[in-house]
Write a protein that binds this ligand. Structure first.
Ligand SMILES: NC(=O)c1ccc[n+]([C@@H]2O[C@H](COP(=O)([O-])OP(=O)(O)OC[C@H]3O[C@@H](n4cnc5c(N)ncnc54)[C@H](O)[C@@H]3O)[C@@H](O)[C@H]2O)c1
Length: 269
């Protein structure tokens, strides 16, 4: 028996990066998956690969900002597999602008994709999940939803998603639906990551006590656990998956600065 046997999941932003890895993990564990992304065609290779290994999968275009497309995606899940037990709100975007540089257009785009999208997803998935006997929603936030982050819109959207998670966990508890957020730090080998300037990526890595970014498969292991019946008493929780970054990057970096000062490689103020 797979760990998600007899379950159906819908994953947003699944064309690459973490979303595609979630789909592969879920399918391996017996889950039927509805994979979605802005451009449905970008999911073709993933669909072929999962079908070739015997998995059950359908794909569709879903721009998470558009409520009508959420309704269509739910109708597809019902037509294809009859039920829905898991929603992973994974789609995300980033602006990389501080408050001073923020353009209103990119502020709205980031908030719409990262926060309004998951709200619409919860709103539309919950009734079908209830009809299916309950389930689990996983919201992919970020360490930017636990600490400060140089992007004003991204940071605000990911903190907002953490709050939305907690209120939805309470609102839907009676329907047997659990809602949790995960907070990855730096996740390598994704589109969002590859757009980081080399110095920013390296500075980010140096601030992680584990000294490396996460692999998408490590995030997928956590999402799989939260999606499965192995976590039936976990709801409204936030789980950092960041190599220790949010627990104590200041303490870690203070130690490094102390060593540099002691060795004379860094001048004090
Ligand atoms: N990579 C990291 O370092 C990192 C760290 C923390 C959190 N995250 C979060 O993880 C999630 C997955 O990102 P990733 O790292 O796999 O990067 P990614 O860029 O590979 O994946 C993001 C996906 O979201 C899709 N998307 C963007 N706008 C959309 C929209 N309007 N509707 C539907 N889909 C849309 C993109 O097409 C893409 O496939 C995001 O929410 C991101 O904020 C990433």
């Amino acid at each position: 028996m797979g760990r998600l046997e007899n379950k159906v999941a819908l994953i947003t932003g699944a064309a690459g990066g973490q979303g595609a890895e979630y789909a592969r993990h879920f399918a391996r564990e017996g889950c039927a998956v509805v994979v979605t992304d802005v451009e449905g065609e970008s999911l073709a290779d993933l669909v072929d690969a999962i079908r070739a290994s015997g998995g059950r999968i359908v794909a569709t275009s879903l721009d998470v900002r558009l409520e009508a497309q959420w309704a269509e995606a739910m109708a597809l899940a019902k037509r294809a597999f009859g039920q829905l037990h898991v929603l992973v709100n994974n789609a995300g975007t980033i602006s990389r602008q501080g408050v001073d540089a923020t353009l209103l257009e990119s502020w709205h785009r980031t908030i719409d994709v990262n926060l309004t999208g998951p709200m619409l997803g919860i709103k539309h998935a919950a009734p079908l999940m209830r009809e299916s006997g309950g389930g689990s929603i996983v919201n992919v936030s970020s360490t930017a939803g636990l600490t400060a982050h140089p992007d004003a819109a991204y940071c605000s959207s990911k903190w907002g998603l953490r709050g939305l998670t907690k209120m939805a966990a309470i609102e839907y508890a009676d329907w047997g639906i659990r809602v949790n957020s995960i907070h990855p730090g730096q996740v390598v080998d994704t589109k969002i990551y590859s757009k980081l300037a080399a110095e920013s990526a390296e500075a980010g890595r140096l601030a992680i006590p584990a000294r490396r970014g996460a692999r998408p498969s490590e995030c997928a292991d956590l999402v799989l656990f939260l999606a499965s019946d192995e976590s039936t008493y976990i709801t409204g929780s936030e789980i950092a998956i960041d190599g220790g970054y949010s627990a104590g990057a200041p303490m870690f970096l203070r130690g490094k600065l102390r060593d540099l000062l002691a060795s004379g490689k860094l001048d004090g103020p």
